[in-house]
Every structure is written in structure tokens, then in C-alpha cells.
Write a protein that binds this ligand. Structure first.
Ligand code: ZN
Length: 367
């Protein structure tokens, strides 16, 4: 069956064909990555860990943990008068969200952003990625830089072809390969990846940043797990990461045979995202929901469903007529408080998983 947003499907409908995703545009040997990363609606199976909004547990509510420096009145004042001073704000869920005041990945010798226009995330995500890439670079100074593919758009929201990557907390990172030879086609990557550097990256992410989940194919996991155990890593630590089951930090997901999909906690940005929801209506340009056009929808349908008007939607999206194409993302201006915006549970970052300190690890830590 055709993917409802595939160019072929759009051609059938006679719609304008958007350019294909150009992941690794400047890196023709790894164009495969783009197709392999397809995370379409068809993926809504039990292994679809992308859909954060579907698995969210009710929050514990309660006090502020990560933005307590901002009183409610100070937050309201800054929301209205000095929005930029609040830093990044992650609204909603990874698969149903957006981003305000996005941060962008810096230039660095430790990594390349293969899609600079999709290198926007929360400040926590940007800092975490930068730190982990630099840790690998320090350990392997002669390595080619790490390859960062997509984080998200500057405003977040739907990013083709992903299910998540909407709230600035998801990043796709290409593997390191032996001799830095990035394979194309349907090559079996388990045999081609460089276990040492991929494990170093995974280890840095897990021990030095706040990772919520890492999605990668189980064949790749097997290689990294064996490598780590052979390298005398603490087996309880290693087995806890890959152990299977919902408590494992590294989870299998389809279409993740050539990259790590890393979702970070962004505690302050997420907490601010919860706190500003009741304030959205005070800033008309921020009082929006992002909507991905589905089959058969018209501007009229979308306006009615969101209690707004066709004219407001046209204006917000600089649309001249009423033509829409499948998968197009629209900014929907609301006329009052949002009643359908999902409010995620309060974020609580769990303690990082660390290996037991053995003598050599203590020596390294003391360096
Ligand atoms: Zn991804």
C-alpha cells in the first residue's frame, strides 16, 4: 500500500509533490538513511516507541522541579514582555508538540549537522548532543566527525517522515562505521559498524546526559552489547541498558538499522511547556496548534474542528487560496484557550544509569 504522504500517492491525487526528504544531502553514499528512517503511521505497532503521547502515564503533578526560579507572576511577565529570556520551551509531546525559542546545534569539529535547517531542539538536547559528541571525539581524536541527521524544525511540529521529532527532544545520529566507510543500499550494518566508537557514543549519552530512550535495531544492540561486555564494562550496567523489557533504556524499533534515535529529557523546557499552556492565549502569535493535513480535509473542516476561521488559518500560513496538500503542516490560530492541547505529565528525570566504579574507572574519573 502506498504511504499516504508518499510522492506517488500525491501524484495520484494530482497534488504538488514536495521535494523528497534530503537527509544526508551532502553525503550521497548514505542517502539510504532517509528511507530507512521512515516512521510512518503504519508503524503504530507495539514496538512503536515513538508515540510518546500514547504511553504517557498520568503525572504526579505537584511542585516545580526545574523552573522554580521563575515565580508564576515573573513567568507571566516574561511570557508577555520578554519571551526570549525564558529560553527554549518544549510544548506537548515528542509526537504531538512544538518548540518555542528553539536552540540550534553549534558548529563543532566533533560532529556535522547533515541537515542544518533541521538542527533545532531544546537547549538541553543541543547541550547533551554536543557533550556526547565531544566525549567521543576526545576519546577518538582521529575519527571522522559524528553525523547528526534530524532533530527538528525551528518551530518543532510535524517533520516528515517522522512520527516524533516534534518537541525538540529527539535526535537521529548515524552510526560510526569501520574506516569511516558509510555503506549504502541494504548492506547489513551489524557487520560494518565500528563497535568501539558507537559504544563510546552510547555510553557518553547514557552516563553524561539525561536520555529518556534510545531506539535502535536489536541486531545492532547485540553487537554493541557483546562489545561492551568483552571490553569489561560492568555487566549489570550493560545488561540494564539492553536488557529488553520496558525498563531497558535502549529499545528495539523498526527502521532503526542505520541510526540511533535518541530522546532526551529536557526538564526545564518541558516544565516551562506545561506552565505556559494556560498563558498561550495571551500571545496571539503563540496561541496556535500545529496541524498536519490528512486525507480529505479542507480548510473549512480544520477551522471548524479548532473553533477558528478559514481566514485566520489562511493568514497565519500565507495561503492565497484553499489548496492543501497531504502532510502539509498548518499553523492553526486559536480564538481562545486551547481546549484540545495535550498536557503532558510533569517531567521527573530519573537518576542516570552508571556503571559500578572499578579501580580503572575511578582512575579515569580522577584524570
Ligand atoms: Zn528518528
Amino acid at each position: 500500500m502506498l504511504d499516504p504522504v508518499s510522492p506517488a500517492f500525491l501524484l495520484i491525487l494530482g497534488a504538488a509533490v514536495p521535494p523528497p526528504p534530503r537527509a544526508f544531502f551532502d553525503d550521497p553514499v548514505s542517502v539510504y538513511f532517509a528511507g530507512d528512517d521512515e516512521e510512518s503511521e503504519d508503524d503504530a505497532g507495539p514496538d512503536s516507541a515513538e508515540a510518546e503521547s500514547e504511553s504517557a502515564q498520568p503525572g504526579t503533578g505537584g511542585g516545580l522541579r526545574y523552573s522554580a526560579d521563575l515565580t508564576e507572576s515573573e513567568l507571566q511577565r516574561r511570557w508577555k514582555e520578554d519571551l526570549a529570556s525564558l529560553g527554549t520551551i518544549s510544548v506537548g509531546f515528542a509526537d504531538q508538540g512544538r518548540l518555542i525559542n528553539a536552540a540550534r546545534m553549534p558548529q563543532d569539529e566533533a560532529f556535522v549537522c547533515q541537515r542544518p535547517e533541521l538542527a533545532y531542539g531544546t537547549q538541553e538536547t543541543v547541550a547533551a548532543l554536543t557533550l556526547a559528541f565531544r566525549a567521543v571525539h576526545k576519546q577518538f581524536p582521529s575519527s571522522a566527525p559524528a553525523r547528526l541527521s534530524h532533530i527538528g524544525l525551528a518551530d518543532g511540529g510535524y517533520l516528515r517522515p517522522h512520527r516524533s521529532h516534534q518537541s525538540g527532544r529527539d535526535a537521529d545520529i548515524g552510526f560510526f562505521y569501520k574506516n569511516d566507510a558509510v555503506p549504502g543500499g541494504r548492506a547489513r550494518r551489524e557487520k560494518l559498524i565500528d563497535p568501539a566508537r558507537n559504544w563510546a557514543l552510547l555510553r557518553a549519552l547514557v552516563t553524561q546526559t539525561d536520555v529518556q530512550v534510545i531506539l535502535v535495531d536489536r541486531g545492532i544492540q547485540k553487537v554493541l552489547r557483546s562489545y561492551a561486555l568483552e571490553a569489561s564494562e560492568d555487566s549489570a550496567f550493560v545488561n540494564g541498558l539492553f536488557g529488553g523489557g520496558s525498563h531497558a533504556l535502549v529499545q528495539h524499533a523498526r527502521h532503526h538499522k542505520d541510526h540511533f534515535h535518541v530522546r532526551f529529557y529536557s526538564p526545564r523546557s518541558q516544565e516551562l511547556g506545561r506552565r505556559i499552556q494556560p498563558l498561550l492565549a495571551q500571545r496571539p502569535e503563540q496561541n496556535i496548534v500545529l496541524h498536519k493535513v490528512k486525507h480529505g480535509e479542507t480548510l473549512g473542516h480544520i477551522a471548524r474542528a479548532n473553533n477558528t476561521t478559514v481566514v485566520l488559518i489562511q493568514k497565519a500560513n500565507r495561503l492565497r487560496g484553499s489548496f492543501l496538500h497531504l502532510g502539509q503542516q498548518l499553523r492553526i490560530p486559536l480564538r481562545g484557550a486551547c481546549t484540545r492541547c495535550p498536557l503532558p505529565p510533569a517531567v521527573v528525570v530519573p537518576p542516570r544509569r552508571l556503571p559500578a566504579m572499578n579501580a580503572s574507572a575511578v582512575a579515569t574519573a580522577a584524570d
